[in-house]
Design a protein around this ligand. Structure first.
Ligand code: PLP
Length: 402
């Protein structure tokens, strides 16, 4: 008998299972509203113009080889990433320790591994709702850390239940970790206001809660890269908080398969930061030795060249504007057809996602009757909407919701 025959059956990942089902659906009307990936007007993956140009330069450069990156990652990209996340004006970025990771997932993983051993938190707090992989990552990398949820999203009125959040966080203890979405909250699309971030920073300072910012959508929430990282730079500028940023370059560069991310740890002083970097490098060495180089080179080219950087900002605007237009079309369609529900949030939600309020039964009916795929939670990704399919989506919602 195999040593593995008693392995428990693992429930398949909901999002990837739906993707597989969508691919085999033969209906010409099918619509995929699941993806956490940008899709263009034809519902296809989009390669950013800045990325195309950066790739041409890399391919034309005879000095580029296939050696390992340094253990901490692409040196220039680490510097550029600090500036992109924290802003470069008068900021003492030497108190930030940074290391390249296998995308945002890897940054979250390394953060969980580092914090669960070096900070030794009793509890890690996640938003309810949140990104499902956060809990899985912490279960794997910080298995001794208790997991709890803080209230975040009130589905009734589609807003943040900030009072409830603050109330529950009173139970947090010094050294506990709190996971936060820096912008374009997944799955709700609802972000904290500047005032709420300020209150939260004070709570973190007073209770000794240790923040982990997940920054997976910089530039895709407001369309402005600085604005989308403003909570992070505000926390940093306080000068009295230590925290983590798990940065992903998947979405804002459309480089999903290349797996590029950076883990930043903002320390109180330069001496502490200098100790953190080798500690992170040691963990990373044992897991992956060094990170993939290709995507890191592409992004570093873009961030380091004025013309390519401007092109990237234009590319971000293209993605952001298309999502905004699709939000407007969906909102107007629902309003014109008087589809039951309150839909104003579709216009104000940021990033790729919004919650529809559909029950799991209604989600299944959307798929079975109308060939429209969304997550069981009722989350839609507006990147799956196009001018061609929007009418079909509105008609289906009208049919299901009345
Ligand atoms: N964090 C959040 C909130 C996400 O939504 C995602 C992707 O969906 C990630 C992190 C990880 O992204 P990746 O590992 O592809 O960079």
């Amino acid at each position: 008998m195999s040593s593995f025959s008693e392995l428990p059956t693992v429930k398949p990942d909901a999002a990837f299972t739906l993707l597989a089902a969508y691919k085999t659906d033969t209906s010409s009307n099918k619509v995929d509203l699941c993806p956490g990936f940008y899709r263009d007007e034809n519902g296809r993956p989009w390669i950013l113009s800045s990325v195309i140009q950066a790739k041409e330069r890399i391919h034309a450069d005879p000095k580029v080889n296939h050696e390992h990156l340094p253990l901490a990652g692409h040196t220039e990209l680490l510097r550029q990433s600090k500036e992109l996340v924290f802003g470069k004006e008068d900021r003492d970025l030497k108190r930030v320790a940074s290391i390249q990771t296998v995308s945002g997932t890897g940054a979250n993983h390394l953060a969980a591994l580092f914090l669960s051993t070096k900070l030794n938190p009793k509890t890690v707090w996640f938003p309810n709702l949140g990104w499902i992989n956060h809990t899985a990552i912490w279960k794997l990398a910080g298995s001794h850390v208790q997991q709890r949820f803080y209230p975040y999203f009130n589905g009734e009125n589609q807003i943040i239940d900030f009072d409830a959040m603050v109330e529950v966080l009173r139970e947090a203890q010094k050294g506990d970790v709190i996971v936060l979405h820096a912008c374009a909250h997944n799955p709700t699309g609802v972000d904290l206001s500047k005032e709420q971030w300020n209150t939260l920073a004070t709570i973190c300072k007073n209770t000794g809660l240790f923040p982990v910012f997940d920054l997976a959508y910089q530039g895709l929430a407001s369309g402005d890269v600085r604005q989308d990282a403003s909570a992070i730079s505000d926390f940093f500028d306080r000068g009295n908080l230590e925290f983590v940023v798990a940065q992903s370059y998947s979405k804002n560069f459309g480089l999903y398969g290349e797996r590029i991310g950076i883990l930043h740890i903002a320390a109180l002083d330069v001496t502490a930061a200098a100790k953190i970097t080798p500690a992170l490098t040691q963990l990373s060495r044992a897991e992956i030795t060094s990170c993939p180089s290709y995507g890191a080179r592409i992004i570093s080219q873009i961030l380091g060249d004025l013309k390519l950087y401007d092109q990237w900002l234009e590319d971000l605007a293209t993605m952001h504007n298309r999502m905004k237009t699709m939000r407007e079309s969906l909102y107007h369609g629902l309003l014109v057809r008087k589809v039951r529900g309150s839909w104003d949030h579709i216009l104000t939600d940021t990033g790729m996602f919004s919650m529809t309020g559909l029950s799991t039964t209604q989600v299944t009916a959307m798929k079975e009757k109308h060939h429209i795929y969304l997550l069981p939670s009722g989350r839609i990704s507006v990147t799956g909407l196009t001018t061609r399919n929007i009418d079909h989506v509105v008609t289906a919602l009208e049919d299901i919701l009345g």
